[in-house]
Design a binder for this molecule. Structure first.
Ligand code: SF4
Ligand code: SF4
Length: 421
């Protein structure tokens, strides 16, 4: 289907995309690891519950932890080997035999079989949020539209771009499975204009409408993507299903295809290693539980100043590289001083720039003011903090380098706890 232009009506920022560092790098296997450390927190819900013990031998794809609740996800062994430790994570010694124990492949599955398989394979939203996909496929409201997120608007990250051009047919089959599972009529895939090869690739399918998204951060956020593709608005505090839509990331579609076609659970993903402080940018296919340090080994330059897990706008700055890859790790970005803002914050200048760019029409400076004062009720009332999508656009433009997103996260956490001074 010929690509169409998106509809627009939101603020945002123009951020240098820095995609050229990695966009031309084909996906390659990450270095093989002797030991994997698999976190029990792989999704937005409760941590998973281990179902293996120290000394157990497991095969690749075997369940090693059950979902910790309805909003949770199963975890499967990324390799075959022996369980060495079970605490807040499961440590697995890789026997390098890669003996598999996958689920049976499904031929022409029913909608219910597809949904069940998504749950059994431990699939979560791979765009970053990590919401269990099985739950998302059972919406409370009637939906008629599936919106695929191929925006990848975070600077530096190119993993979704690479899978869209290297695994186009597989993703399209995953989309067809989702369409069947949800029983929807309309299917859109939103892709930023800086990925013309991916847009062209999806024009080959008559059941998928590609939508060219203007380069404007954060066009990949759910609500903005829905508007850009369909013209429908999701009311504050409401889910996409209230507007008849379900949004899925393209990497999640690939995982669904593999789970149905080959019975393969979600045990690996593609992520980007990039930034001005890496010798060579990469798009790696990497096993869940791989140490982040292994992905940067011998590849960091001496002027690495800041390393971020995820993209620089929404990712988390790392104190060290002790953490390991999870189902939601989309990238590892190592930046030089030039690329990062390490200057100390100064007092707020009341310039209003943060509010001008906020795509949710919030008042970030008010949130920070009331959060610092411990008045979280006012942070919600005057700053609109609970509608914040944590995109980081406000902090990006702030001339005083105020830590606005940290304040927002703190206020949200306190409000959820029911706290106020
Ligand atoms: S207040 Fe929230 S939604 Fe608005 S720009 Fe800042 S991080 Fe983004
Ligand atoms: S952009 Fe920064 S300096 Fe300007 S009003 Fe917002 S917080 Fe204050």
């Amino acid at each position: 289907m010929k690509a169409i232009k998106a509809k627009y009506a939101f603020h945002g920022v123009h951020v240098p995309d820095k995609k050229a560092l990695a966009s031309g790098k084909p996906i390659e296997n990450a270095p093989e690891q002797d030991v994997l450390n698999i976190s029990l927190s792989q999704c937005l819900g409760k941590p998973s519950t281990p179902c293996v013990a120290v000394g157990d031998r497991v095969k690749q794809g075997q369940i090693i932890a059950e979902a910790g609740g309805f909003i949770g996800a199963k975890i499967h062994a990324p390799v075959s080997g022996t369980v060495k430790s079970v605490t807040g994570s499961i440590i697995l010694e890789n026997d390098k035999l890669y003996e598999t124990d996958y689920l049976p492949p499904l031929e022409n599955p029913t909608p219910d079989e597809i949904k069940q398989r998504v749950g059994a394979a431990g699939i979560v939203g791979m765009g970053g949020a990590g919401f269990p996909t099985f739950v998302k496929l059972n919406p409370q409201d009637k939906v008629d539209t599936l919106v695929l997120n191929g925006a990848e608007c975070e600077p530096y990250l190119t993993c979704d771009h690479r899978i869209m051009i290297e695994k186009t047919n597989e993703i399209a089959e995953g989309i067809a499975l989702l369409k069947k599972a949800l029983g929807v009529e309309n299917v859109f895939i939103g892709i930023e204009a800086n990925k013309p090869d991916a847009i062209e690739a999806f024009e080959a399918f008559d059941f998928i409408q590609p939508v060219v998204l203007k380069k404007q951060y954060p066009v990949g956020s759910e609500k903005h993507l829905i508007y850009a593709c369909t013209g429908r608005k999701v009311a504050p505090g409401k889910l996409p299903a209230s507007a008849g839509c379900i949004v899925q990331n393209v990497a999640t579609c690939l995982a669904i295809y593999e789970a149905v076609k080959f019975g393969k659970p979600l045990i690996e993903r593609v992520l980007t290693v990039s930034g001005g402080a890496v010798k060579e940018a990469k798009n790696y296919l990497v096993k869940i539980g791989t140490p982040l340090s292994a992905l940067l080994q011998d590849n960091l330059t001496e002027d690495a100043e800041k390393i971020v897990c995820g993209g620089p706008m929404t990712g988390v700055a790392l104190k060290d590289l002790d953490k390991t890859v999870t189902k939601t790790t989309g990238g590892l970005v190592a930046m030089t001083v030039k690329e990062t803002n390490v200057e100390q914050p100064t007092a707020c200048l009341s310039c209003g720039k943060c509010a001008d760019v906020c795509p949710m029409n919030l008042m970030p400076m008010n949130t920070e003011f009331y959060t610092d004062a411990g008045d979280y009720e006012m942070a919600a009332k005057k700053g609109g903090v609970m509608n914040c999508i944590e995109c980081g656009a406000c902090a990006y433009v702030c001339p005083a380098r105020r830590p606005l997103v940290q304040s927002i996260r703190k206020a949200k956490a306190e409000i959820r706890k029911g706290g106020n001074k």
